[in-house]
Design a protein around this ligand. Structure first.
Ligand code: SF4
Length: 325
């Protein structure tokens, strides 16, 4: 059940991949958190830590081999309480209008052989069936104009646009109906710094103008520093720290967050930054106790056997580490 002013309430979520060839791989383990209206929340962590699996599960994209084992995801962005997992059919009806998802590759959203204009039209026909063709066209053109996108993109096929422009078009589609929540998986990966900055500004503007909440997955902690209000750090399928972005950058508590932040290049710093030693855990055979313990420079005996709980150490700041107890 959603508490007042909560947009998404995730509790005890466990999900992973099942196949005949290998043991169950739990990519999302006992995850709980909340999202609130009009905020930009980042999800950071190394590749393979479960970020994309979590995002897909939140969107209800639970298709074989991905499977949800336990927990709940309650969405309150359509004026009602809706359980994303328990009612996947109804979840589909929320998509685009209330809840949008931007996958890693923009081409997987766009149909390569259909002009952008037609793809917008199809969306309008499904979600605003009462509007005339001219009314739909006007709405799309006006919206693109508000986002600073020239309506000439409408006449293009996806392959005629640059990667950055395609990504902007996908973001425009995902936000056309002012959804309450947009889940974006690596929205700026592979784009140059200037294009990245433009896209991040677009996200910030949409959050402020339309009240949309964004949850952004990126392995690049620098992106989170630039755009997010709050940050969640994921390691080995677990959330290990949640707090305001400022707090996590200025005073990270979890040793993994500390190393992630320390590995970021600083302005004017020409020295080589050290990465995090070792490799992320194999989620089909994760280590016992704290999953970070084989790489942790602050390991204690208890860390080898007991999984630390994610505890609220100051209001809104959660840490899952035995050092913080
Ligand atoms: Fe390191 Fe122990 Fe904290 Fe894990 S629980 S991060 S091993 S100190």
């Amino acid at each position: 059940m959603c508490a007042p002013k909560v947009l998404l309430d995730v509790a005890g979520l466990q999900a992973g991949y099942a196949s005949r060839q290998m043991p169950f791989v739990r990519a999302v383990d006992n995850i709980s958190f909340r999202l609130y209206p009009q905020e930009i929340v980042g999800l950071a962590g190394e590749s393979g830590c479960g970020k994309s699996s979590l995002l897909k599960t939140l969107y209800g994209l639970v298709e074989h081999p991905l499977r949800v084992e336990a927990g709940s995801i309650v969405f309150c962005g359509n004026g009602h309480q809706h359980s994303i997992i328990q009612d996947l059919r109804a979840t589909q009806k929320l998509r685009w209008r209330y809840l949008s998802y931007i996958p890693q590759a923009s081409m997987s959203v766009l149909n390569p052989v259909v002009r952008i204009e037609k793809q917008f039209q199809e969306l309008m026909e499904i979600h605003e069936p009462g509007l005339s063709a001219t009314g739909s066209q006007d709405k799309v053109t006006e919206y693109l104009d508000q986002l600073g996108l020239s309506s000439t993109v409408l006449r293009s096929f996806p392959h005629q646009l640059s990667g950055g422009m395609r990504q902007r078009v996908v973001i425009a589609m995902a936000t056309l109906f002012s959804p309450a929540l947009v889940l974006a998986d690596e929205p700026t990966t592979g784009l140059d710094v200037v294009v990245q900055r433009g896209i991040l500004q677009m996200v910030r503007d949409m959050c402020e103008q339309y009240g949309t909440t964004f949850m952004i997955v990126s392995h690049d902690v620098g992106i989170h520093y630039q755009i997010t209000d709050r940050l969640m750090i994921m390691y080995g399928g677990y959330l290990v720290e949640i707090g305001t972005t400022r707090e996590l950058f200025e005073k990270p508590c979890h040793p993994y967050t500390q190393l992630l932040i320390a590995s970021l290049p600083r302005l004017g710093d020409t020295g080589k930054r050290s990465g995090i030693g070792g490799s992320p855990p194999d989620l089909s055979r994760p280590p016992q106790g704290c999953r970070f313990h084989p790489r942790c420079p602050q390991i204690m005996e208890v860390c080898r056997s007991e999984i630390p709980e994610l505890l609220e150490i100051t209001p809104g700041h959660y840490v899952g580490c035995h050092l913080s107890i």
